[in-house]
Design a protein around this ligand. Sequence first.
Ligand code: HEC
Ligand code: HEC
Length: 309
Amino acid sequence: MTTAVSPHRRVARVAALAMIALAMVVLTNAAVALATQGEEPVGTLSGEALITAGENLYGSQCVMCHGANGRGGELGPSLIGQGAASIDFVIRTGRMPLADAGDRPVHTEQKLTDEERRALVAFVPTLSPEGQRGPEIPEINDLSSASLTVGLELFTSNCAACHGPTAAGIAVGRRDVSSNLNIADPVEIAEAIRVGPGVMPVFGEEVIDADELDAIVAWVVHLREREAPGGLAVGRSGPVSEGVVVWLLGIGGLLSIIYLLGDRSGHEHTDLVDASGNPLDVDLLDRGIAVADARTGPGATPTTEADPT
Ligand code: HEC
Ligand code: HEC
């Protein structure tokens, strides 16, 4: 029994494409909304006003664990000796404020606003006597002029043992699965080098100077861009937007597969004829389309070969 290529198959195909397009638009909007969330204006406070704002924030966000004047408490270590780089790093990477003292600090979204971060960075180091304050936030210069060769060498000799040759992360010690370096921004990479979070050692100026710091940061960023699928450069805008992009690609892939499967189940021979009156093998035509689709769809494979019908 044969049927003509029904218009509704064409309609279904168009509808499927329209659904995919619509889903992409909706999800992209969601991605943009998520990515821009938290990018509040950094604010205008400075000097004493900024420090006072930081003091108040310390009282509401940190004191319960780190104690009065940052001297430490039952729930958290002393912050004496923690400088601007350290405070900026823990807040940027969402490690602090910890929700529960038993939690392990891990890299997540920043939980405070940029303005709140600036205020705490201005205040917390003032708790330490002058001369005992840890490093300032390191400056990163133009990464495009940093030497990747030097970066590779320094990364291999100083970092690869713990982070793996491609910065993908390997286990060190019992509970310290060292972070893969996929989501750290350049400034966070530089801060980590100077601060040494957790069991990571501190690398001071005398070990890694400012140019070498740039070179390592440039190398880590380069590694990441090299590993990105298809050379797709996702802006380093942070874990949220990147997660959403990965998610979008995943959903796109799934929809394409669903689309191909739907296409496959619709295979029927028809009594269409070509210009000279020979019957057209629509199945074969569709197979060509499916293969072409599969080439463009991530992870999809041509599926029409074993079609029993
Ligand atoms: C619920 C308790 C808790 C809260 C709230 C908290 N912290 Fe922490 N903080 C900890 C604990 C516990 C550690 C040690 C984590 C570890 O290394 O496993 C820590 C570590 C740190 C460190 C690293 C210290 C070091 O010696 O390496 C800094 C810096 C820090 N916190 C700053 C802050 C700031 C600033 C705030 C407020 C915005 C804050 N924390 C809020 C519990 C807390
Ligand atoms: C002894 C092992 C060790 C060495 C050597 C080491 N790290 Fe780390 N690194 C760690 C661990 C463990 C963490 C996670 C610490 C934490 O979150 O408590 C970390 C965290 C980081 C982070 C933060 C990642 C994030 O997403 O927040 C960066 C960036 C980083 N390291 C870069 C480097 C670079 C660059 C070097 C070389 C100059 C280096 N590390 C050397 C163990 C190491």
